[in-house]
Write a protein that binds this ligand. Structure first.
Ligand SMILES: NC(=O)c1ccc[n+]([C@@H]2O[C@H](COP(=O)([O-])OP(=O)(O)OC[C@H]3O[C@@H](n4cnc5c(N)ncnc54)[C@H](OP(=O)(O)O)[C@@H]3O)[C@@H](O)[C@H]2O)c1
Length: 238
């Protein structure tokens, strides 16, 4: 096992079992087993390029946001992908587990074993179930990021004062994901309920439109859907 990126997540994972950490500018050692990519999204292209062709199927992606199109364009749709529901606040800090991490793909079992050894929960799921989980996390970021900025409010206030907008925007953007990804196993009413419950549990958190190509920008690239386009434009974000 190799871990790329000695930041918060990479350092925390390497501390569990002593796996080799590859820092920026270092060569990825040859061998077998998973190559866990713990860089930020915008550094992914360089990492894939630096990975020998015959090892690219061993890459494990743990980044938040919509990676599907990017992975597909590089022939990496079948690679291992994880959604990490634990937070590491600084390099060397103890991970705080949210208990909902999931992983899919050829190295799913190895990642589950690694996290379990570190006392972190993780479930291996099917590719389709993963897509549902990924889209849910993605929509939470995109919907609450935009509505927090639109109303200059924290996520709890958005739920209590603008529930109708949460429902309308989530429904619109779920439709965009569904068409772009060829089906997403999520139903709108329970989805909105879960997104609002989560927001209410961290009511003071203030979202923002961030990581444009991997979040709201990806949606705009798929479709200029009406509410999303209008509300981004009103904030001069489009
Ligand atoms: N932190 C969390 O709690 C958390 C939770 C869930 C998911 N995630 C996801 O995990 C990913 C990593 O997050 P993080 O918080 O660990 O980020 P981070 O602290 O910024 O660490 C990223 C590390 O990757 C290194 N890096 C960049 N390009 C590289 C390359 N080509 N080769 C080797 N190393 C390279 C960076 O080095 P430089 O310092 O030289 O740039 C940095 O040390 C993100 O996509 C994030 O969405 C994070």
């Amino acid at each position: 096992m190799v871990i790329i990126g000695a930041g918060r997540i990479g350092t925390a994972l390497s501390a569990i079992n002593g796996a080799a950490l590859v820092r920026r500018g270092e060569r990825i050692p040859d061998g077998a087993g998973p190559i866990i990519v713990c860089t930020r999204n915008n550094d992914l292209a360089g990492v894939v390029q630096a990975t020998p062709g015959h090892r690219r199927g061993d890459l494990v992606f743990v980044q938040n946001g919509m990676l599907s199109t990017w992975l597909a364009s590089r022939g990496l749709s079948e690679s291992t992908q994880a959604l990490l529901y634990f937070a590491v606040s600084s390099v060397g800090a103890q991970p705080v587990d949210g208990g909902r991490s999931v992983v899919t793909g050829p190295h799913a079992a190895v990642l589950c074993e690694l996290l379990a050894a570190g006392g972190l929960a993780c479930r291996a799921v099917s590719r389709s179930a993963f897509r549902g989980e990924m889209v849910e996390k993605f929509l939470w970021n995109c919907v609450f990021g935009l509505l927090c900025q639109r109303h200059d409010a924290a996520v709890g206030a958005v739920v209590s004062a603008h529930h109708d907008e949460v429902t309308a925007l989530t429904a619109e953007l779920l439709g965009v994901c569904d068409r772009a990804l060829g089906g997403v196993p999520l139903s709108i009413a329970p989805l909105v309920q879960r997104l609002c419950d989560y927001s209410s549990s961290i009511a003071d958190y203030r979202g923002a439109v961030k990581e444009w190509p991997w979040r709201n920008g990806w949606l705009i690239e798929q479709e200029r859907s009406p509410l999303h386009t209008e509300w981004l434009a009103a904030l001069s974000l489009l």
